[in-house]
Design a protein around this ligand. Structure first.
Ligand code: TRP
Length: 448
């Protein structure tokens, strides 16, 4: 049997895992959630959730993945202790793979829109007005074509394998993302109105504080770290035994939260710059426009009002969004691809092509029934499924799997872990703290 694929280095893993984590959730979700949940108060709760709840679950996924050296379905069965927990592991694993695929099916649609606006910046600079307006108007043809282009890009990277595809492209794209973001921030902060945006972002407005804020912050933290569906589990399974999981996990968490915070420095001042230039940035209810309209109306009208430099800024911004989406989507596609190649022995390229076609078909169904399905699938996966799957992962690592085996696995790459603060806290966290808090927040959202 050929040896299992693996990331070539620490950096390779961190780039790929941070690439997975950093996506539309950071650059779009986090800043707009912050804006509509009272600014700095949300930022503080989000950081708390990220480090106290999401980080422990991330480590659980990495440990299980690296121990089992397998996809989530097989890995959870491997840490099971009897036929019942084995069945449970299989069920949870399959559920995770389905949710990962469904997340990709809506993520691909949104990412397709980013590509449209990216091309539009060039088209309108060249004066192709009709094409421009086709690219920016909601329509089935445009939606399906752009989603197909995005899926093809995702597919061709994943077909290249772990080192030759995922790692190679994450390592190329992530530095580009950072540069683009810094350039954009530097530009936006010099514009009129930016200072007001910074104030809203950085000074807490406690009148916005409510219980839903905590829940939103938790959902945001889990989505942003790509948790629950086996993405991080499978990336962990490609990690060498000489690496320290708590350290690498901490690096990924810090980078992810850091980029989210940095994206806020771009998006929120940009909203106020747009306001200064006469764009409507508040909806009739008085709330800041935060949904798709922010990205597809407020920001484009800001770019348009900037004169010819606006084309460049738009181009840079939508390139940033496309890159961020791509390094995330490859991590979603890897979840079903790993399962099929490991279960059936099918070649990676073939499995990638078949699974991508299935997800393309699901996305098409969503596009054909957009009103009924789009929000439904997003809620079903991110609001309802991800927290429950995260609880299941806590149950497997805190209650089912033998503590000594976990310790032995974490010790590899981190010899002195037993005496560390990490080992005093983490097992208690995944056993009690995380599942109880996640469930409480979840129930509150479902019932109340
Ligand atoms: N974390 C990514 C973002 O912030 C999206 C993502 C990638 C994801 N893989 C995932 C979300 C798995 C949930 C599950 O945009």
């Amino acid at each position: 049997m050929s040896s299992r694929e693996q990331f070539s280095s620490k950096t390779g893993f961190v780039m790929a895992a941070a690439g997975s984590a950093i996506g539309l959730g950071n650059i779009w979700g986090f800043p707009t959630q912050t804006a509509s949940n009272g600014g700095a108060a949300f930022v503080a709760v989000y950081f708390l959730m990220t480090f106290c709840l999401a980080y422990p679950v991330l480590i659980a996924e990495l440990v299980i993945g690296r121990y089992a050296r397998a996809n989530m379905v097989n890995a959870l069965q491997e840490v099971a202790i009897g036929p019942i927990t084995q069945k449970l592991g299989m069920g949870v694993g399959i559920y995770g793979v389905i949710v990962a695929s469904l997340i990709l099916s809506f993520y691909g649609i949104i990412a397709g829109w980013m590509i449209c606006f990216l091309i539009e910046s060039v088209a309108s600079m060249l004066g192709y007005e009709q094409f421009s307006s086709w690219l920016t108007s909601f329509g089935f043809e445009r939606n399906i074509l752009s989603m197909a282009v995005f899926m093809l890009l995702t597919m061709s990277i994943v077909a290249g394998g772990v080192e030759g595809g995922i790692e190679k492209w994450s390592t190329r794209l992530m530095p580009m993302l950072l540069v683009l973001m810094v350039v954009l921030i530097a530009y936006v902060l010099t514009q009129d109105g930016a200072a007001q945006g910074l104030r809203v972002y950085l000074l807490p407005d406690l009148s916005h504080f409510n219980p839903a804020l905590v829940l939103n912050a938790m959902g945001q933290a889990f989505f942003s770290l790509s948790l629950g569906v086996g993405t991080m589990l499978i990336y962990g399974s490609y990690l060498g035994k000489e690496e320290s999981l708590p350290k690498l996990g901490a690096a990924v968490t810090l980078i992810d939260a850091g980029i989210a915070f940095t994206a806020g420095l771009l998006i929120i001042p940009a909203i106020y710059v747009a306001k200064e230039l006469g764009t409507t940035v508040f909806a009739e209810s008085g709330e800041l426009i935060a949904g798709p309209d922010l990205i597809f109306q407020v920001l484009p009208s800001l770019f348009a009002s900037m004169g010819s430099v606006g084309y460049l800024v738009a181009f840079a911004f939508f390139t940033l969004m496309t890159i961020a989406s791509l390094t995330s989507s490859i991590s979603m596609l890897e979840v079903p691809v790993a399962l099929v190649t490991e279960q059936s022995g099918m070649a990676r390229k073939r499995a990638t092509a078949i699974i991508s076609s299935v997800i393309f078909a699901v996305s098409t169904v969503i596009l054909l029934n957009f009103e009924q399905l789009f929000d439904f699938v997003i809620n079903l996966t991110t609001v309802y499924s991800q927290p429950l799957l995260a609880v299941a992962i806590c149950v497997f690592s805190g209650w089912i799997w033998h503590r000594n085996k976990i310790l032995a696995e974490i010790k590899q790459g981190h010899e002195d872990i037993e005496d560390s603060l990490f080992w005093k806290i983490w097992p208690i966290y995944v056993k009690f703290f995380c599942p109880v808090l996640i469930l409480a927040a979840f129930l509150q959202s479902v019932i109340g």
